[in-house]
Design a protein around this ligand. Sequence first.
Ligand SMILES: Cc1cc2nc3c(=O)[nH]c(=O)nc-3n(C[C@H](O)[C@H](O)[C@H](O)COP(=O)(O)OP(=O)(O)OC[C@H]3O[C@@H](n4cnc5c(N)ncnc54)[C@H](O)[C@@H]3O)c2cc1C
Length: 332
Amino acid sequence: MRVEVIGAGVAGLTTAFELARLSGNRDVQIELVERQPQAGMGCSRFAGGMIAPWCELQSAEPIVATLGAEALEFWTKDVPVASIRGSLVVALPRERAELFDFSRRTQNFETLDAAGVAALEPDLAGRFDSALYFAQEAHLDPKQAMAALVDRLAQMPNVAMRLGAEASGDADWTLDCRGFAAREDLARLRGVKGEMLVLRSSDLRLSRPVRMLHPRRPVYVVPRKDGLFMIGATMIENEERSRVTARSVVELVNSAFAIHPAFAEAEIVDMGSDVRPAFPDNLPRLTRRGRVLYINGLYRHGFLLAPALARRAARIVLEDAWYPEVCDADSG
Ligand SMILES: Cc1cc2nc3c(=O)[nH]c(=O)nc-3n(C[C@H](O)[C@H](O)[C@H](O)COP(=O)(O)OP(=O)(O)OC[C@H]3O[C@@H](n4cnc5c(N)ncnc54)[C@H](O)[C@@H]3O)c2cc1C
């Protein structure tokens, strides 16, 4: 059987990987086709890389946490690029009601006082007098994660990667992982713009993502290696893909500054923007049309949901499985 996987973002890379892994002794030849000259040049490169199934319950349905919990094992054991160091959720004293509200919507956390915050993140000592700590959550660097997947795929004998290429359309199965570009086929798909910054500071150490709650301008900081911090992310209901506005930069930097003043002196190393592919309910879908399966709608949960969706997509192709919680005969 020949299977063409179109699009080498996090959805396509994980799908090709799981299909190759689960195909076992079956004769399955997989081609991963990407239009860009490299994998991971779409929306996935801008992600924060938070693998935070329980924090996401703040605004997501329970299915997101259920599927997202599978990502913890995937990114720590199958493709081990993530660290489980937990997530810390804070609010300024005047926004304490936000913390209470967050705690009512989420699960699997403990409440910390000022000493607890200082013990976890010494550089935040004295800045927040209470916090929520989600100890079992993880984070990763999306570019590193996608590079690791590309390396693994290159070692799999039944996988070929074609970069800078278009799909042939003549395979036995097509797994369409084109993200927002699939809107030409999936009319209900919309884009939710997200902008992010990468700052460098040698004056600050954080060991885990820190989310700061705010009624209008929530922000998160994800530490990366070499003193880099990803600051994200705006959530704007428009489909403009690549323009980072001055207002968004000001808001993101101001919010980061409220987490720690060292960000005022940080160097802006990178910034970027893309649209998150989302269905009207912000839930992912495996949409089947004959022998074409669309894996899409990952919204703000690309790295969180891709492993679970990829595994299910592979079983649909290999075993004719059906998963009512995410499958849709046609959501276009
Ligand atoms: C600022 C920001 C922060 C985010 N933070 C997080 C986070 O912390 N955690 C998390 O889990 N998610 C996060 N996300 C969401 C995540 O980035 C997306 O859900 C995810 O990237 C979607 O992945 P995808 O593979 O569907 O799409 P993409 O990454 O866009 O991949 C689609 C690929 O298909 C290719 N393609 C398109 N058309 C064709 C064609 N005709 N032929 C061949 N190839 C084609 C594209 O070039 C691209 O490489 C964030 C998103 C943004 C914008």
